[in-house]
Write a protein that binds this ligand. Structure first.
Ligand code: BGC
Length: 273
């Protein structure tokens, strides 16, 4: 990895949930490369989380990194993760509630537990992490030597916070709700200099959407939804997260940044309508 000229997040600590693969991993790398200490939260595959922590710790540009197992939908586990983080690094400055799952069914066939599981992880998980973060930010107070903001929350949303998605209503509903969660936090805690924003990725090449990119035919079909005509890669999100966590974006509060190659510009209308 090339040496970065500035370390915008030096002496700050970030918790990234679901950080042992895909977008979460890229966010952990992005924040770490800007100098932050990073907590790599995971629920399965501890080896990948430990390997990433090792990778971040042993290069000479990142802060420190540790892997912590926690189910983000369980309040006691989220609280324990924050406690362990604060014991290790002193505080939390940046939280990226990223952990998310898909359980796809037609609505009339969707079992209640699959609806509930998606809401629990994608939405309640973000609520619990935000709650614990805000408690810590308010308790700790300003650290103007590291940031102009008291704390930064970067919600991982999706283009499906505004694009309806038949066959994925549990997922789309969770992401639509994240938008209101984020905006309510921005509205309520802006006065405390806490910033809450969302990143809304489009189609990013990860395990979650493997079916959409693993054959050329599927990829061609996917490209019809993307004006920029390429699938995203996790680092497209990691770099935006690092900037959003930094003081360079200080005045941005309560906004969703779509990182989607233009998917939300409804390319179906290019020569139609
Ligand atoms: C979903 C992906 C999907 C993308 C664009 C994401 O939020 O997790 O499966 O490819 O939205 O539809």
């Amino acid at each position: 990895m090339a040496q970065k000229p500035n370390k915008r997040l030096a002496n700050q600590t970030a918790i990234v949930t679901g950080a042992n693969s895909g977008i979460g991993e890229a966010v952990a790398i992005g924040l770490g490369s800007d100098g932050a200490n990073v907590v790599i939260n995971y629920i399965s595959n501890p080896e990948a989380a430990e390997e990433l922590a090792h990778q971040l710790c042993t290069n000479d540009i990142c802060g420190e990194a540790i892997a912590i197992k926690a189910d983000v939908s369980k309040e006691d586990q989220v609280e324990a993760m924050f406690k362990q983080t604060i014991e290790k690094f002193g505080t939390v400055d940046i939280c990226v509630p990223n952990a998310g799952i898909q359980r796809d069914y037609k609505l009339h066939e969707m079992p209640l537990n699959e609806w509930q599981k998606v809401i629990d992880v994608n939405l309640t998980g973000q609520f619990l992490c935000c709650k614990a973060s805000i408690q810590e930010f308010l308790k700790r107070g300003m650290r103007l030597d590291v940031s102009k903001s008291l704390g930064k929350i970067i919600h991982m949303s999706s283009v499906h916070e505004i694009i309806p998605w038949a066959g994925h209503a549990n997922y789309a509903a969770s992401k639509g709700a994240i938008r209101m969660l984020m905006e309510s936090i921005a509205q309520g805690y802006g006065q405390n200099k806490i910033r809450a924003n969302s990143i809304a990725p489009g189609a990013i090449k990860t395990e979650i959407n493997k079916l959409a990119w693993s054959s050329q035919e599927a990829l061609d079909k996917l490209h019809e939804l993307i004006p920029y005509k390429r699938i995203g890669v996790p680092s497209d999100i990691g770099s935006v997260a690092a900037w959003l966590a930094s003081d360079e974006s200080e005045y941005i509060n309560g906004t969703t940044i779509f990182v989607d190659g233009g998917m939300t510009c409804y390319p179906g209308f290019t020569e139609n309508g």
